[in-house]
Design a protein around this ligand. Structure first.
Ligand code: PHE
Length: 465
């Protein structure tokens, strides 16, 4: 399909409203640039820290099965929707909504996206700081010998958290397009290779097969409303959906780019890494002794044991934790970029002023999360939604609930305001292969996604299990 016209005509056709404000934006150097940045946003601690932790607490094989179903049936359609809304409007989340529905209350959905981005950035950077700490612990051991022990000293936790935020700010202040493209192209395949090596070592440990079986055999009796909510939300979290990251990255795509291919590729790659993380952790948990349901400290307990059992494990540990830092950095960059794009596009702030202000806000918001990881745990007695501790509560509220609610509202917005026919036409532009799937996709975004997200949220809330 190729309909021409002035840029204003094109904008009206795609959004349903005339141009408001400027439509000129930076774009990715190439389609591969978008794929790499989007995959960089998706692949991160969500795959390697959060996925095993969730799978471990939610029944192993049962969780994996529900996760894969949710990714294919709910997250993939939402992914295409988010990218296409971004590309159609060439805006940040708030701007995109206002471009389609000027002055409407739907803009609060955009604000929710920004708030969620800031909240996730705050506690995600705390965990990323812990990964960075492990890098330095292994480097120190390589140089000076001794044991690797994570002290959790308050000062250390806060400093590494701050360092990680500053790194994020520095990358985003240079503009997302530069930098990320070059890094991810080399470092992400390298991460896959290192993970493969760790998996192979783990599988040869005596007793590893029990862990493998536990991870791959679904026990259907374990599928409860809580497991389903956690699996679905993990899908949104891992794919960076429901808070405008894919929308914002999609806004830097050009009309010639293939939204379908980009979306499918990111989903497949991200899922591959998550499943690999499962293969990396669970055989080792069963072989080396550990509790799969240990929670948010799972990988930090298990991996040092695997590295200890590996020939040259100290060196591999350094490379692995460094790569994981980079993977986490490309994710925090996307979180910060969403909020930054809003202030730059809509408020006319300079990029530099925005990134430092938002980074500073994330630092303040993240302090309680950092403390809940450190020795003083002033909020250790905080119990909300069955979660204990500030960081876990933050992760549940923003990483689980808010992303699911954001994705649900995005579907409703597309159905009632943007119109799915327009969305489908947007995806098809640049992706002729989408034509035969238009009907199916529309059916999913209109019925399957919103109804299942709503039902899953409601069952969980009412069952309180
Ligand atoms: N998807 C990222 C990860 O798996 C985290 C993230 C969530 C990034 C939401 C952006 C938005 O690590």
């Amino acid at each position: 399909m190729r309909m021409e016209g002035t840029p204003e005509d094109v904008f009206r056709r795609r959004t349903g409203v005339p141009v408001t404000g400027s439509t000129r934006r930076g774009q990715w150097g190439s389609q591969i640039g978008f794929i790499l940045a989007a995959a960089g946003s998706a692949v991160g601690l969500g795959n390697i820290w959060r996925f095993p932790y969730m799978a471990g607490q939610n029944g192993g094989g049962a969780f994996l099965l529900v996760y894969l179903v949710c990714v294919a049936l709910i997250a993939l359609p939402v992914m295409l929707l988010e990218i296409s809304l971004g590309r159609a409007t060439q805006r940040n989340p708030v701007g995109a909504i206002l471009a389609v529905a000027p002055g409407s209350r739907w803009r609060y959905l955009g604000y929710l996206a920004l708030l969620t981005g800031l909240a996730i950035l705050s506690y995600y950077s705390v965990i990323a700081g812990k990964v960075l700490t492990f890098c330095t612990l292994y480097i120190r051991r390589a140089v000076m010998g001794g044991a690797v022990t994570y002290s959790g000293a308050t000062f250390e936790v806060v400093i590494y958290f701050a360092i990680f935020l500053v790194l994020t700010v520095l990358v985003v202040s240079g503009g997302v397009q530069r930098g990320i493209e070059r890094w991810t192209k080399i470092l992400m395949p390298l991460l896959v290779v290192i993970m493969a090596a760790i998996i192979v070592r783990g599988l040869f440990l005596p007793g590893a097969m029990r862990g493998l079986r536990w991870f791959l055999t679904p026990d259907f009796s374990k599928i409860t409303p809580r497991v389903v909510l956690n699996a679905m939300s993990q899908g949104f979290f891992s794919l960076s959906l429901g808070m405008g990251a894919m929308l914002t990255y999609g806004s830097y795509l050009s009309r010639k780019d293939n939204v379908l291919r980009c979306g499918v590729w990111v989903v497949v790659f991200d899922t591959l890494i998550a499943v690999m993380a499962g293969f990396m952790i669970f055989p080792a948990v069963f072989a080396l002794g550990g509790d799969p349901a240990a929670g948010s400290t799972l990988i930090f307990q298990v991996l040092p044991k695997v590295f200890g059992a590996m020939e040259g494990g100290g060196l591999i540990a350094i490379v692995f934790f460094l790569l994981l830092c980079v993977a986490a950095l490309t994710s925090t960059v996307s979180l910060l970029e969403v909020v930054t794009a809003y202030f730059v596009d809509e408020r006319g702030w300079s990029r530099t002023r925005t990134v430092w202000s938002v980074g500073g806000a994330a630092l303040i918001v993240g302090i309680p999360s950092a403390l809940s990881l450190a020795e003083i745990r002033p909020w250790d007695t905080l119990v909300l939604f069955g979660k204990t501790g500030f960081l876990s509560v933050m992760d549940f509220v923003w990483g689980n609930l808010s992303l699911a609610i954001g994705s649900l509202l995005l579907c409703l917005f597309a159905i009632t305001r943007w119109r799915l026919a327009r969305a489908a036409a947007e995806i098809e532009e640049g992706a002729p292969a989408f034509a035969p799937f238009k009907g199916v996709w529309t059916f999913f975004v209109r019925w399957v996604c919103p109804i299942s997200i709503a039902v899953i949220l409601a069952t969980k809330v009412f069952s309180l299990g």
